[in-house]
Design a protein around this ligand. Structure first.
Ligand code: TNX
Length: 530
């Protein structure tokens, strides 16, 4: 028994280290012959403690480890059951272990009150793994941490060790989002689902879909078939575009929900609407439809504020979108409406606000909508200007907060994932002070960007990914990773606990998981990639 304990103790440190080493030699089978295990144990204790992104709020290392084996079972009942299913569906193929879901198990997932709000508690000891949270969503976050405590990929043995540890964790902000622009280039359901899985790993809980812009309309609306047959048939560069049927869209929403991720649909308006205007001549003030647009300019299109068909159209669109959306928010864009006379813009946003309020949803708009004098109480602004606000954007943001709304922080110069990593790169844009480095994506505090908009006025953070310059999954992931990891930690980990050097070393370890999952990423300078 003593020997077994001692062995287990060593194995606890040994297995994760083997994994770190194994990435250089992917099927190394956890053999590190000639390696002094005592030295390994010392070297690994801090390392194992530092491999989670975003960094947990509280964590201490224990002694020993738990090893999954043929007899390991998972106990996840009632509300916890779907999270248990999710976990075993990940672990069975990765480990080759049976991992039955039974009433008693060494891996226990529990929904019960008394845990960190929005977060979870996790304990690993030699006798098992226990994760508990107030709800299934919190449990799911704990499971994301557990994934990063396990080796990233099968080492060819059945020994999957997790070092003993106690974690108590909760998010800084309740809204932690990614945005994907499926309008400039269309991405099929499979790519959207893949991105949902990518961001779930980072404990993000919102995916904002930019569903319509000048270059394409991507969601079927009953009664308006030309929106998709015409408006959906184009994209930047002249490709064939595409769109989601309502059934496909519901499938995306349900898939996101199974990862405890809320979909926020955005129809950008009154500008960014060329695809809709090209589909229905009557929506244009002139009565003449413009041609489809394949370029990348902004600010040239506008809905016609005083035509009644505009309001029939928007009521249909927003009502149907609300019905497709279990989450609390509808995003109406409102940015860069340079082709809309200012007076019309005020009236437009006010009237849209009334329609959204009528659906029971809370309106979100880019911070530009702060210009409008009349907005439903609690309207949320999404801040996209730089971390040093240029004239106007601070005041527009404060005007939303004064009316009881909160802000989602997505400053373009640090959070826009489409900004180039380096000016010589062939994908990405550069208008927002590119190059955008990993240090810059990490090194900002959402609560000090806009004066008068502090911690309490901030709903959360978001990392938008605009798609003018790319069309494949691999390019999408390349632009997102690793900068989205930085934004996820900005949204999760308390400001005082964030330090770039520490983040960079955890990020380098996390890259083993990206590799194991086949997620493309940029090996940005300043990170000690293995
Ligand atoms: C700005 S800032 C946009 C998008 C572009 C993006 C490109 C804002 C709300 N809109 O229309 O796609 O820049 O980086």
């Amino acid at each position: 028994m003593r020997t077994v304990m001692a062995f287990k103790h060593r194995v606890g440190w040994y297995v994760p280290l083997a994994v770190v080493l194994a990435t250089a030699v992917p099927v190394a089978g956890a053999t590190i012959s000639g390696f002094d295990e005592n030295v390994a144990a010392q070297a690994l204790a801090p390392m194992a403690a530092r491999t989670v992104v975003p960094a947990p709020v509280f964590r201490v290392q224990g002694t020993g480890s738990f090893t999954l084996d043929k007899s390991t079972a998972v106990d996840a009942r009632d509300e916890a059951a779907p999270v248990g299913e999710y976990l075993v569906n990940l672990l069975r193929p990765a480990t080759g272990l049976p991992l039955p879901m039974s009433g008693v198990g060494d891996i226990e997932l529990v929904v019960e009150p008394g845990h960190p709000p929005g977060g979870y508690d996790l304990r690993v000891s030699p006798s098992g793994i226990w994760i508990a949270a107030d709800d299934a969503a919190g449990l799911f976050l704990g499971v994301q941490t557990l994934r990063q405590l396990l080796p990233p990929a099968s080492t060819g043995t059945t020994r999957f060790g997790v070092a003993s540890t106690t974690i108590s964790d909760q998010p800084r902000f309740s809204y932690r989002g990614a945005m994907l622009d499926v309008a400039r280039h269309f991405f099929p359901v499979s790519v959207v689902k893949r991105y949902i899985d990518d961001i779930a790993l980072l404990k993000l809980n919102v995916l904002h879909l930019h569903l319509a812009d000048d270059q394409g309309w991507r969601i079927a609306i009953d009664g308006w078939p030309r929106l998709t047959s015409i408006g959906g048939s184009s994209e930047v560069g002249g490709g064939t575009g595409g769109f989601y049927t309502q059934a496909q869209y519901r499938d995306i929403v349900a898939y996101a929900a199974s990862r405890y991720i809320t979909i926020v649909p955005e129809i950008d308006m009154p500008g960014h609407t060329n695809a809709a205007l090209a589909s229905y001549p009557a929506l244009n003030c002139s009565g003449v439809a413009p041609p489809l647009y394949h370029g990348t300019s902004v600010g040239f299109s506008s809905l016609c504020v005083d035509k009644s068909i505009t309001w029939t159209f928007l009521t249909d669109v927003l009502t149907q979108l609300a019905a497709l959306t279990p989450g609390p928010w509808l995003h109406v864009g409102g940015d860069e409406s340079a082709a809309t006379p200012l007076n019309d813009y005020y009236r437009f946003v006010a009237r849209v606000g009334t329609i959204v309020a009528g659906t029971g949803k809370t309106m979100i708009g880019w911070h530009d909508i702060g210009r409008s004098l009349s907005l439903p109480k609690g309207t949320i602004g999404e801040y996209w200007d730089f971390t040093t606000p240029r004239p106007g954007s601070g005041a527009l943001s404060r005007s939303l907060v004064k009316r009881g709304g909160k802000l989602i922080m997505a400053p373009a110069n640090v959070a826009y994932l489409d900004q180039k990593y380096a000016l010589g790169e062939n994908i990405g844009t550069q208008w927002a002070q590119a190059p955008l480095t990993i240090q810059e994506s990490y090194g900002w505090d959402p609560a000090t960007v806009v004066s008068g908009v502090g911690e309490e006025q901030i709903l959360g953070v978001e990392a938008p990914l605009w798609s003018e310059t790319f069309s494949t999954l691999s390019q999408l992931e390349y632009l997102a990773f690793p900068r989205i990891v930085a934004i996820a930690e900005v949204g999760w980990t308390p400001q005082k606990d964030r330090h770039f050097k520490d983040f960079a070393s955890r990020l380098a370890s996390f890259a083993n998981y990206l590799q194991a999952l086949g997620i493309n990423y940029k090996r940005t300078p300043g990170v000690p990639w293995h």
